[in-house]
Write a protein that binds this ligand. Structure first.
Ligand SMILES: CC(C)(COP(=O)(O)OP(=O)(O)OC[C@H]1O[C@@H](n2cnc3c(N)ncnc32)[C@H](O)[C@@H]1OP(=O)(O)O)[C@@H](O)C(=O)NCCC(=O)NCCS
Length: 158
């Protein structure tokens, strides 16, 4: 039997100096390649407000990121992008990242659009998201999850 060493990483707020690396990671998936749009999703405000978070190894290597927006007019957080570097997918890093974003959120609902043909639909279902409607002219699901995390140690390593 081969025992895999437990991967140790932490989650932190991204900074603008991470941007080029995040664009590269986003471009590894056709579903997240549009992250490079600095006006809507990844402008300075998104970094300043902590809407973009990264999972990083102790040496600083970035394993993946998520990008959200905490809405003001409606009590929900929109998840716009989440991408884990291809070599590190299916190691629960995406799950940890989302849990951390939820813990940090001022709201108790997270919503997202996911293309119906994306394998990530099962990822979201496993995390408790449910399909609430069609989106993007029927090509995507709008999924939503309500949560009530207790705020715990935000800098914990896994
Ligand atoms: C979706 C994603 C963020 C999940 O992160 P992760 O760390 O791999 O997730 P976990 O280890 O917690 O869960 C594994 C699940 O992620 C999903 N997943 C794994 N590889 C994937 C891939 N290449 N594309 C889409 N989803 C994938 C699957 O649902 C997988 O479960 P399964 O093995 O039972 O099918 C990550 O796989 C990824 O970056 N995918 C490509 C980008 C993407 O599609 N983002 C979502 C846009 S809405």
């Amino acid at each position: 039997m081969i025992l895999m060493a437990r991967l140790t990483y932490s989650i932190r707020k991204a900074t603008e100096s991470d941007h080029d690396t995040l664009v590269k990671i986003a471009k590894t998936s056709k579903y997240t390649k549009d992250f490079s749009n600095r006006m809507m999703f990844s402008g300075p405000t998104a970094y300043e407000k902590g809407w973009i978070k990264v999972a990083v190894l102790p040496g600083g290597e970035i394993l993946g990121f998520s990008c959200v927006r905490h809405k003001v007019r409606a009590p929900e957080t929109m998840l716009y992008f989440i991408t884990i570097t291809p070599e590190r997918r299916s190691e629960f890093i995406g799950q940890r990242l989302l849990e951390e974003v939820m813990k940090d959120s001022p709201h108790k609902t997270m919503s997202l659009n996911v293309m119906k043909d994306n394998r990530a639909v099962s990822f979201y279902k496993r995390l408790g998201f449910r399909i609430v409607s069609d989106a993007m002219q029927g090509q995507a699901h709008r999924m939503s999850k309500e949560y009530d995390f207790q705020h715990t140690d935000k800098d914990a390593d896994w």
